[in-house]
Design a protein around this ligand. Structure first.
Ligand code: AMP
Length: 541
């Protein structure tokens, strides 16, 4: 097979993960796991004997040995606290390392099953649109530690828009409402004959199917407590909690197809049988649905302010969009007929199409520069037919600024340089000039902040407590190449790459200096190599 085609898409999901490839017939297909399933639970079990199990068996083990099992690790990728070692995770691992075990397992299964002609190596990994620079870097490092070459980190809703964008040839503005297992993203995207331009994005990284499960689990426990005169809480016992959460997820899924389900809760010799209707479930979870609608409206407003007022189509993606309450409510609120698109596999498949497209463009470039003898094979049919046509422009999900003193008031402020929803077109840059404050200054500390502000006019300067420092503790010092006198201008440049990762460098006269931040959970080169070697040695089943 032409090596241009040996690229893969990976949906590293909160609850399930999946690998896909564009096959020799130009169709995006999912590579099945060891059990023959298209998706693998993103659950990791750490056995007493040091074995690591990922997937269905790990999910089963979580019922009886919750302390040895890790679920929903993707949520922790966006939590700095989760990177404090020793952490609450087994073996002192951090969320990136645990994610890399999940990646390693799904890639191993795809390779072992021999569904692809070649090893899964070059990949595009998807992440929620709201992930900021550090979460994206952590995601990329999870891939590297799993032994993969990460070609790009692609937003999940953008991936979904690729599928849609390839089917229409005229210009359309679409909303992608993406409710997954643990995260909610809403993104407004313009598709126009292969060009996919994100207009605005927003979401909530702690809102997803698991929150619907939690409400149902609490309800079932209440019914049990009522019958047996008990007062157990969901967090009283991890075994009870995991059993109820798994039962709740199962019943929730059934309620997507049926109006009523039966459930039995058994604990410490007592048991309660109950009937749960979809109406009850919808009432219990309505407040979460309200939150998604509120977020959706906020993003619509942002898009309006950026000149995109009409919406032509609403796409529902993410496994949780299967709940009938979602389409009903979205249709009613947005006056539309929202389309539910292949929620389990769509993201990985479109990441594979995107990967192939990138790979093809790169090979064409190499061919035209004489670095390749043959042009890459052209693809003409099916989803791969879009090769060389897809042009994705994302936006940054966060605002980035420099901490400094307000020259008038002396207050600690952040001067915002790049605002959320700025296009990531390869030229997402901004700079500001700061000055040395004393003679012979050989270094300057650069406190970089991240926030969610979107109002470029009124929020150019915000108080420091309205933003989050990128680094914990004292900010790193930019080492200047020599000692400079007081009042020397230092131009600080922020540059966000097409993966949404922030790079900072500075210019002092002719000197250009890269600035390395010590971001929690983002490993330095040596640390990364050591972790990669450790994970390569680990036996995962
Ligand atoms: P994703 O992160 O997109 O893989 O979505 C996973 C989430 O979708 C989990 O919370 C699942 O419980 C949920 N899910 C999957 N299938 C269904 C279904 N039929 N009805 C309701 N929720 C579902």
């Amino acid at each position: 097979m032409d090596d241009t085609r040996l690229v893969f898409g990976i949906d590293l999901g909160t609850t399930y993960s999946c690998v896909a490839q564009v096959d020799q017939f130009d169709q995006a297909v999912v590579l099945r796991n060891f059990e023959g399933k298209s998706t693998t639970p993103s659950v990791v079990y750490f056995g007493e004997d040091g074995t690591i199990t990922v997937g269905e068996d790990a999910k089963d083990a979580s019922k009886t040995e919750p302390e040895r099992t890790v679920s929903f690790i993707k949520r922790s990728i966006s939590t700095d606290d989760a990177y404090n070692k020793p952490t609450k995770f087994p073996m002192g691992l951090d969320p990136t390392e645990i994610s890399s075990y999940i990646l390693k397992k799904i890639v191993k299964d795809a390779n072992d099953a021999g569904q692809s002609d070649n090893e899964v190596k070059k990949v595009v990994i998807t992440c929620p649109a709201y992930f900021g620079s550090k979460e994206r870097e952590r995601t990329k490092q999870a891939g590297i530690m799993a032994g993969l070459e990460v070609l790009a980190v692609l937003n999940e809703p953008t991936a979904a828009a690729i599928a849609y964008g390839m089917k229409v040839s005229d210009k359309k503005n679409i909303i992608v409402y993406d409710l997954g297992g643990g995260t909610f993203d809403v993104t407004i995207i313009r598709v126009n004959n292969g060009a996919i331009t994100v207009i605005a994005t927003g979401g909530d990284h702690h809102l997803g199917g698991v929150d619907w499960d939690t409400e149902l689990a609490k309800y079932m426990l209440n019914q049990f407590n009522k019958e047996h005169g008990k007062s157990y809480g969901l967090d009283d016992d991890p075994v009870l909690r995991n059993q109820l959460m798994i039962l709740a997820e199962e019943k929730k899924k059934s309620l997507s197809a049926r109006d009523t389900v039966k459930a039995t809760v058994t604990y410490e010799g007592d048991s309660t049988k109950m009937e749960i209707t979809r109406d009850i479930f919808d009432q219990l979870t309505e407040f979460h649905l309200d939150e998604t609608i509120e977020k959706t409206k906020e993003v619509i407003e942002i898009a309006k302010n950026k000149g995109t007022a009409t919406i032509d189509e609403v796409l529902l993606v993410g496994g949780s969009s299967r709940m009938p309450q979602i389409k009903q409510r979205v249709d009613a609120e947005l006056h539309c007929d929202a389309k539910l698109t292949d929620p389990d596999e769509c993201v990985a498949k479109c990441a594979a199409i995107f990967a192939l497209n990138e790979s093809y463009n790169k090979a064409m470039e190499e061919y035209s520069e004489g670095m390749r003898d043959e042009p890459p094979a052209k693809m003409i049919r099916g989803t791969g037919g879009a090769t060389g046509r897809i042009n994705v422009i994302n936006v940054t999900s966060k605002t980035y600024g420099m901490g400094c003193l307000d020259s008038e008031t002396g207050a600690d402020v952040v001067e915002n340089l790049i605002f959320a929803n700025s296009p990531l077109n390869g030229n997402c840059k901004a700079s500001s000039t700061f000055y040395t404050v004393q003679d012979n200054q050989s270094g300057v500390s650069l406190p970089v902040f991240e926030s969610d502000v979107t109002d470029e006019v009124n929020e150019r300067t915000i108080p420091q407590n309205a933003a989050i420092p990128m680094e914990e503790g004292e900010p790193s010092v930019l080492k200047l190449t020599k000692k400079w006198p007081k009042e020397t201008p230092i131009k600080v440049i922020f540059d966000i790459d097409t993966d949404g990762i922030l790079h900072v460098h500075a210019e002092v006269e002719q000197d250009s200096i890269d600035f390395e931040m010590r971001i929690k959970g983002v490993k330095g080169q040596e640390e990364l190599e050591a972790a990669t070697a450790k994970i390569a040695r680990a036996k995962i089943q």
